[in-house]
Design a protein around this ligand. Structure first.
Ligand code: CP
Ligand code: NVA
Length: 315
């Protein structure tokens, strides 16, 4: 059986977005956030959520966002679907896309999303994979723009990411590179972002004037930064590496001492869930510079913009 039409627009990676499309999505997010009245963009539409891993923010923002746009959502847990085990990924994609109008996938292996997208007749949204988290990237860059941008202009904004070069870091790199941000990443040696994402980011940065620097020293990355971002040291699916990672990342905690090197009016971001006392201290995440819960709320507004853009013809 062949794959379905290539005309369907998916949202699998930030790399799939042209910089002007990213700008359109962020503008639409700002409008939706400013006017929270009930809308009917998704009237009669159903969004399926097929998740292989736990979630609070991603599930809730798509559920609530779909309802606020007048549509319905259906959540399918790992036990129900058994992607690639109970049934092939291709067959699940064919069935889901005969009934739903879009599907949000959260998967263990990124290839599952790529395989699903090949056989889906409706838009597929990456709700997190081991390699990327583009929905988080949208909320991150929207929050940075809202708090630190001069309008939509992010050139010259310095973002320091301290911690693991993981799925969240990969999507942040691509968002930063497409919007002109100066991103400084500091990871322990051996935990840097993957070369493929570094290359994509460098190429987008050349076009936008952004800069993406990757090193191993948190104090260098954070010096004079406008934004300090961190994520867990052990992501979902890496639990067996927990002890090794705790040791490797011990000098990479975002605490008051490290934050003192950033600008006085810097903001702190974390995609959540946080492992308090590991990658971030209570003092910082609950402190006056924390924008973490605004960032979490922004998942709702960016998810709504994405659904309007993919399903409502708002381009
Ligand atoms: N940040 C984020 O994606 O949170 P969840 O894993 O709870 O969805
Ligand atoms: N890097 C984390 C992000 C969770 C939203 C993980 O993959 O578990």
């Amino acid at each position: 059986m062949t794959a379905v039409a290539e005309r369907v627009r998916h949202f699998v990676s930030i790399a799939d977005l042209e910089p002007d499309e990213l700008g359109t999505l962020l503008d639409l997010t700002a409008r939706l956030k400013a006017d929270r009245s009930q809308r009917s963009d998704l009237r009669g539409r159903t969004v399926a959520l097929v998740f292989e891993k736990p979630s609070l923010r991603t599930r809730l923002s798509f559920d609530v966002g779909t309802a606020q746009l007048g549509g319905h959502s259906v959540y399918l847990s790992p036990a129900e679907v058994g992607l690639g085990r109970r049934e092939s990924v291709a067959d699940v994609a064919r069935v889901v896309s005969r009934m739903a109008d879009a599907v949000v996938l959260r998967v263990n292996a990124h290839e599952t999303i790529e395989e699903f997208a090949k056989f889906s007749g409706v838009p597929v949204i990456n709700g997190l994979s081991d390699l990327s988290h583009p929905c988080q990237g949208l909320a991150d860059i929207f929050t940075i723009r809202e708090r630190k941008g001069r309008g939509a202009d992010l050139r010259g904004v310095v973002v320091a990411y301290v911690g693991d070069g993981n799925n969240v870091a990969h999507s942040l790199m691509l968002c930063a590179a497409k919007t002109g941000v100066t991103l400084r990443i500091a990871t322990p040696p051996g935990y840097e972002p993957l070369p493929r994402y570094r290359e994509l980011a460098q190429s987008a940065a050349r076009a936008s004037g952004a800069s993406v620097e990757i090193g191993n020293d948190p104090s260098v990355a954070v010096a004079g930064a406008d934004v300090v971002y961190t994520d867990v040291w052990t992501s979902m699916g890496q639990e067996q590496e927990y002890e090794r990672r705790r040791r490797a990342f011990s000098g990479y905690q975002v605490n008051a001492q490290l934050l003192a090197r950033a600008k006085r009016d810097a903001i702190v971001l974390h995609d959540l869930p946080a492992h308090r006392g590991e990658e971030i201290t209570d003092e910082v995440i609950d402190g006056p510079l924390s924008a973490v819960f605004d960032q979490a709320e922004n998942r709702l507004h960016t998810e709504k913009a994405l659904l309007c853009w993919l399903l409502g013809g708002k381009r």
